[in-house]
Ligand binder design. Structure first.
Ligand code: NAD
Length: 357
């Protein structure tokens, strides 16, 4: 499998995003987000998304250089409509506004509607934690074929509806839970299909509701569904994401007509740790909770005990040093997408080799 240095991957992504019309700042925000997702080990939300972004842009379903429309700005309540703008920039801008509001008055409830795909939600959790803020987000996915069969369903009724909570900790490494509410994220099924490897046994069902491990039909034909994680409880959290982002925040919902883009909406709560209590104590307590859990004996089947956020930090350290592995099929798809927006094979080769002007 080819391994590419992250700065080269960033440059490739930046040029593709520039080529579809984004201004320099937006291209940087999107490319930086995608490569950080690869570095965190979430290839499902990294540069492998570029072919999808080019496709939805070609259909007019992703709008470069969009502005956030203010729907409501009242005390702690901030309701913004991204109008299908590039999600990585729209969401980062919205979260930065929420951080500023939380710094003013202690907390902010942010509703962000109708953004194109916002990517890895943990990025916004990290952004908040670095600014001394706690962050919780309920996110839904719409406009895309339905992918998640909630508990008891044979049919997909929801998107992969991610949930995220981040809180700063004393050691500088925030608590960061960031997850799809499906057993595996759809992008992980896509990466597995591209590699020709099976997914875990309970992760997907076929069109008749039977568990299967080959993701090819789901990825290529949208036949079958991803299962909710954690039986009825994870399924309940997935529905909570739909209710919070689709009903309360007023975003597009999974039950509404689809145009084939990827639309994310979110309801996020941002809290200034320095205003809700003693920030040093809160940070120390977060670290103590992690240490307390790690003091347990390791379960027979577990290699070690990890706290959410830890796996991503570890893999990022490795990938910054060794480069990011990209499977051949994903790389080919990215090259096709780059070619479709006018970046030729010679330029791509030069970028990936670090020789691009
Ligand atoms: P995952 O299953 O790899 O990890 C989920 C969480 O579990 C993470 O917080 C991780 O730190 C933690 N974790 C992993 N292994 C652990 C272990 N052994 N012990 C303790 N904690 C552990 O993540 P996922 O569900 O595949 O989601 C991948 C990404 O997809 C996320 O970044 C999510 O935001 C993103 N996503 C985005 C969308 C969207 O529409 N924008 C939709 C779904 C998912």
């Amino acid at each position: 499998m080819p391994t590419i240095a992250s700065p080269h991957l960033y440059e490739l992504a930046r040029r593709v995003v520039r080529a579809i019309g984004s201004a320099e700042e937006e291209a940087h925000e999107v490319a930086d987000h995608l490569v950080r997702a690869n570095l965190a080990g979430h290839d499902s939300h990294g540069v492998g998304m570029l072919p999808g972004y080019v496709r939805i842009w070609q259909h007019g379903l992703l709008v470069p250089n969009q502005s956030l429309a203010s729907v409501l700005d009242s005390g702690p309540l901030l309701v913004l409509d991204a109008q299908r703008g590039f999600g990585q920039r729209m969401a980062a801008e919205a979260v930065r506004r929420a951080i500023a509001r939380a710094r003013d008055i202690g907390a902010c409830v942010l509703a962000l509607r109708n953004s194109a795909h916002v990517g890895r939600i943990g990025t916004y959790g990290e952004l908040c934690a670095a600014e001394g803020m706690a962050f919780t987000a309920f996110v839904n996915v719409a406009d895309d074929p339905l992918l998640q069969a909630p508990w008891g369903c044979r049919d997909p009724r929801l998107g992969t509806n991610p949930f995220c909570t981040a809180v700063p900790a004393a050691d500088g490494a925030p608590f960061l839970l960031d997850m799809a509410t499906t057993t595996i994220a759809f992008g992980k099924a896509r990466v597995a299909a591209n590699k020709g490897v099976p997914v875990p046994d309970d992760a997907i069902i076929d069109a008749d509701g039977n568990p299967i491990s080959d993701p090819a039909d789901l990825v290529r034909e949208h036949l079958g569904a991803l299962t909710s994680f954690g039986r009825h409880k994870g399924s309940g959290l997935a529905i909570a994401c739909e209710v919070m982002a689709g009903a309360l925040a007023g975003g597009q919902r999974a039950d509404q007509p689809k145009r084939g883009g990827i639309v994310n909406s979110l309801l996020a709560i941002v809290i200034d740790v320095a205003q809700i209590g003693d920030p040093a104590q809160i940070r120390a307590d977060v670290a103590t909770i992690g240490a307390h859990i790690k003091e347990s004996r390791t379960a027979p089947a577990a290699a070690e005990i990890l706290i959410p956020g830890e796996p991503e930090r570890r893999i990022a350290a490795e990938r910054r040093r060794d480069g990011v592995p990209i499977d051949e099929r994903s790389l080919e798809d990215i090259m096709h997408a780059a070619a479709a927006v006018g970046i030729d094979a010679g330029e791509i080769a030069a970028i990936l080799a670090g020789r691009a002007p």
